[in-house]
Design a protein around this ligand. Structure first.
Ligand code: HEC
Ligand code: HEC
Length: 338
């Protein structure tokens, strides 16, 4: 399939003189120097202000039907592509979460349109990009497929579902300038406390601020038609049906960023309901004391130890250093870079 590479990536690749545009795609694992140069090119992009198109604009697009299908897949992932849908060929997703449960909707209701709620407004312009988890350059299709996890059916680049999601993400980024990053996407930078996170304090705060919706065990609230693919009214943050122990959300710094700007429901980055300290301790509790699916391959992620993000805690990486493991798990952490 033909793909266009963003100019910042091509520039970065040519700058380091080791890759051609075609080699970028074929290149298996990059070494540290190659990766550093790509990352530098990625981070050197100018930042543009937050901009989301108006939902009514979808109807004016020649591919409006496809865009709406993509939007529906992000909103009702479980119902359309979850592990319990009737057609086994459509069971793309590994769990019963909807993409919009994490890539939250702003006031317009568009999935991925809430500032600092893991917004996807610029995703179409952010790829292909270096994925430090695999040390490879990946496409947006590969990123989306990775987000579905390994469901019963595989989400190939040529499936109608992938085309619909890409159509939605292209439209969502239609007000953005290519070649730039965007304010408000991803998660807000915060300064973490200069101490280890405290799961014990987190437990008490969890009871106060989270249990009413996510439940005492964090297992969420199932919809009445859950067994036939209806999903959850309140999504689980623990158990088999949510992010596993190899995912981004499993890292305490990232989960702290997410909670601080988005939870309890109604929080925003500008008007958070919890302090960073509270979000930090809750994140430690959620990710260490509640049950969760194990990702057996997680030890293979971030092959270069120098590139492991703060909070990516895998015991096998610390065979003789339990203190080092605890520190990577609970901090104190350097300030998150994204
Ligand atoms: C449990 C929470 C969660 C769910 C559910 C989820 N994501 Fe994500 N997603 C994340 C996190 C965390 C990141 C990484 C953010 C980072 O790299 O800092 C991410 C990153 C992405 C990106 C890359 C964004 C960028 O600009 O680099 C895309 C695209 C994406 N997700 C699409 C999806 C789709 C499609 C679904 C539904 C199938 C989905 N996600 C479900 C948490 C989630
Ligand atoms: C008033 C109900 C409510 C409260 C209270 C609440 N949440 Fe949520 N939470 C939600 C809903 C609803 C979503 C999905 C958002 C969406 O789909 O727009 C969500 C999503 C999430 C997610 C991402 C999706 C997933 O299932 O992994 C996490 C993590 C999370 N909440 C953690 C927390 C934590 C921690 C607290 C306590 C500080 C909390 N929430 C308090 C309703 C709530």
């Amino acid at each position: 399939m033909f793909m266009t590479l963003p100019s910042w990536l091509i520039h970065g690749a040519l700058l380091c003189g080791v890759l051609t545009t075609t080699a970028v795609l074929a290149e298996p694992e990059l070494d540290r120097q190659q990766a550093a140069q790509l990352l530098q090119a990625q981070q050197a992009r100018a930042v543009q202000p937050w901009r989301v198109p108006n939902a009514v604009d979808i109807e004016r697009q020649p591919n409006a039907v496809l865009i709406r299908q993509g939007m529906a897949l992000l909103q009702n992932t479980t119902r359309l592509a979850g592990p319990l849908v009737a057609d086994p060929g459509k069971r793309f997703s590994r769990n019963n979460l909807n993409c919009i449960n994490c890539h939250e909707a702003g006031p317009s209701g568009l999935p991925g349109s809430k500032p600092y709620g893991l917004a996807l407004v610029n995703a179409i312009h952010d790829y292909p990009r270096l994925d430090i988890k695999s040390m490879r350059v990946i496409t947006l299709e590969q990123r989306v497929a990775g987000m579905f996890g390994k469901g019963e059916a595989s989400m190939g680049a040529d499936t109608p579902e992938m085309k619909a999601i890409l159509a939605y993400l292209s439209w969502l980024g239609s007000e953005a300038q290519p070649g730039m990053s965007m304010q408000g996407t991803g998660l807000a930078r915060i300064t973490l406390p200069e101490r280890a996170a405290d799961p014990g304090r987190g437990q008490a705060l969890f009871g106060q601020y989270c249990v009413q919706c996510h439940g005492a065990q964090g297992l969420g609230l199932k919809a009445p038609d859950f067994a036939t693919g209806g999903g959850y009214v309140f999504p689980p943050i623990a158990g088999d049906d949510t992010y596993d122990d190899g995912g981004h959300m499993y890292m305490v710094p990232l989960l702290t960023q997410f909670i601080h700007a988005n939870m309890p429901l109604g929080s925003t980055a500008d008007t958070p309901l919890l302090s960073v300290e509270q979000a930090y301790d809750i994140a430690a509790y959620v990710n260490s004391e509640l049950p969760r699916r194990h990702a057996p391959q997680r030890g293979d992620a971030y092959p270069d130890p120098a590139w492991r993000p703060a909070g990516f805690a895998v015991p096998e990486h610390f065979p003789d250093d339990p203190t080092g493991y605890q520190r990577v798990r609970f901090g104190p952490f350097p300030t998150p870079s994204e």
